[in-house]
Design a protein around this ligand. Structure first.
Ligand code: GAR
Length: 217
């Protein structure tokens, strides 16, 4: 089976990129990374890509007069690499409607909350301030509206009494690193379809080792 070609967009640390790199290094994984694009030249995540000898490109939004010109440069770079699927992995820049609509069901994002709760920036601080007892992460298809779009996969994580932004982020991030490669794999294996804004998983997949066992008898 031909491997799906991934374009990965980052802005920072790139731990989700690293999880995808590790998955793609397995022979049986049905996707390969074609290019990693960062909108920040100092994104430490670029190091993961370089270490794995992947093609990288820095496209800094400051160098472009407006959002659309910046997005067109990203679009052209992805087209040149013949990518089949784009993964936003901590890419902290809103993409224009023009860009998003070029990739229907081909543009994914990961967000550190159980969407539709706690959209936008500071999702973890919003979570802690709200007092919810369960949070988690969401992988979803991107639509022009921020942090909306059909949900592909979620994993739940407990919120503990003494959690700080750092401790809860670390617990959610561990879940993200399992979900993102799994979501890519399900897409590559053509197991998902979208109907009525909902993602249908033909095999009703759920994460095998439940990340969160509710303490309920
Ligand atoms: C991740 O927690 C990701 O869910 C979040 O940024 C972090 C990036 O970490 N994304 C968003 O908040 C998007 N709205 P990483 O650079 O180590 O992958």
């Amino acid at each position: 089976m031909k491997k799906l070609r991934l374009g990965i967009l980052i802005s920072g640390r790139g731990s989700n990129l690293n999880a995808l790199i590790n998955a793609c290094q397995k022979t049986c994984f049905p996707a390969a990374i074609a290019i990693v694009i960062s909108n920040k030249s100092d994104a430490s995540g670029l190091e993961h890509a370089k270490k794995a000898q992947l093609k990288t490109k820095v496209i800094q939004h400051e160098d472009y007069p407006d959002r659309e010109t910046f997005d067109k440069e990203i679009y052209n770079s992805l087209i040149l690499e013949n990518v089949d699927l784009i993964c936003l992995a901590g890419f902290m820049r809103l993409l224009s409607k023009w860009f998003v609509e070029k990739w229907p069901s081909k543009l994914l994002n990961i967000h550190p909350s159980l969407l539709p709760s706690f959209k936008g920036l500071d999702a973890i601080a919003q979570t802690i301030n709200s007092g919810v007892k369960v949070s988690g992460c969401t992988v979803h298809f991107v639509v022009p509206e921020m942090d909306e779009g059909p949900i592909i996969m979620q994993a739940a994580v407990p919120v503990l009494n003494d959690d700080s932004v750092e401790t809860l982020s670390a617990r959610i991030l561990a879940a993200e690193h399992k979900c993102y490669p799994k979501a890519v794999e399900l897409i590559a294996r053509r197991q998902l379809s979208v109907s009525n804004k909902k993602v249908i998983d033909q095999n009703n997949y759920s994460l095998p080792n439940s990340l969160f066992n509710p303490p309920i008898d």
